[in-house]
Design a protein around this ligand. Structure first.
Ligand SMILES: NC(=O)c1ccc[n+]([C@@H]2O[C@H](COP(=O)([O-])OP(=O)(O)OC[C@H]3O[C@@H](n4cnc5c(N)ncnc54)[C@H](O)[C@@H]3O)[C@@H](O)[C@H]2O)c1
Length: 266
């Protein structure tokens, strides 16, 4: 494939599984040296080894994105061992599907925000100076359609709306450092994050105009686009990768219902 990331060094969080693993794999195929990070160390080491077995340049490092000290140590390690950093993908995230506003416990709220939002904040804050010193680059944050519309899980939704805010603020601040900051907002993606909830997956599939979920690789291709020079004039932007759910989902359902009537009139 095209070596769109040749000579680049990329850090992907939450890279032991799902979308992060697919992004790390695709980045390595595109010529990057990839640092995979996660709290699931065995799976992360195995993922990095599998990328190396296919000829890629990949290394695993432990990182709990909610831990400030671990962020500092990892960025320092990359500064000395890899001599630079060009790309950060803030992908790590956890779900909380049952959390309506009246039954969310404070500890669950705090835990979720600390991973999904504070994790991205710490990542941008700690990595941006190194990306600047390495000649500039790109940061891609992982949001969700839960950050584009109203949603039934308050903490998860708040964390992903927060991703949009921090993306735009950081893009504004870091433009002078030669760093673009954008966010990708996946709809349903078939990963371990959702696969334990068969009813949720079915209901969301039924509401999606393309009537299917995405593969992790479909999301990774958009993240690669935002990470490489193909998107060199895009910053502060939200891209939904959701089979049409956000932009056409409401009227798609209306149209389907009307067209299902024998004497339909639009
Ligand atoms: N799967 C979906 O339908 C979907 C939809 C929209 C957005 N997302 C978002 O996509 C991102 C990736 O999720 P996925 O679908 O690949 O799920 P996944 O569960 O397969 O992967 C998430 C990874 O994050 C890691 N992780 C969890 N807590 C961490 C922490 N504190 N520090 C570092 N790593 C941590 C996990 O170990 C796991 O490897 C998440 O931000 C998620 O919110 C997922």
């Amino acid at each position: 494939m095209d070596q769109k990331l040749a000579g680049k060094i990329a850090l992907v969080t939450g890279a032991s599984s799902g979308q992060g693993a697919a992004e790390a794999t695709l980045f390595a195929q595109a010529g990057a040296r990839v640092i995979l990070s996660d709290i699931a160390d065995d799976a992360g080491e195995a993922q990095a080894a599998s990328i190396r077995d296919s000829g890629g340049d990949a290394h695993y490092r432990h990182l709990d994105v909610a831990n400030e000290d671990e962020w500092r140590a990892l960025i320092e390690n990359i500064r000395t061992e890899s001599a630079g950093l060009n790309i950060l993908v803030n992908n790590a995230g956890i779900p909380l599907r049952g959390g309506s506003v009246t039954n969310t416990k404070l500890e669950d709220w705090n835990r979720l925000l600390s991973v999904n939002l504070t994790g991205a904040f710490l990542g941008i804050r700690e990595a941006a100076p190194l990306i600047r010193d390495s000649g500039g680059g790109a940061i891609v944050n992982t949001g969700s359609i839960a950050g584009l519309t109203g949603h039934f899980a308050t903490a998860y939704s708040a964390s992903k709306w927060g991703i949009r805010g921090i993306t735009k603020s950081a893009a504004m601040e870091l433009v002078d450092w030669g760093i673009r900051v954008n966010a990708v907002h996946p709809g349903l993606v078939h990963t371990p994050l959702v696969e334990d909830s068969v009813d949720f997956v079915k209901a969301l599939t039924d509401q999606t105009p393309m009537e299917r979920g995405a593969s992790s690789e479909e999301i990774a291709k958009v993240v690669l686009f935002l990470a490489c020079d193909d998107s060199s004039y895009i910053t502060g932007h939200d891209i939904a990768v959701d089979g049409g759910f956000t932009d056409i989902g409401g009227y798609w359902r209306v149209l389907k219902q009307v067209m299902a009537q024998p004497d339909q009139k639009i």
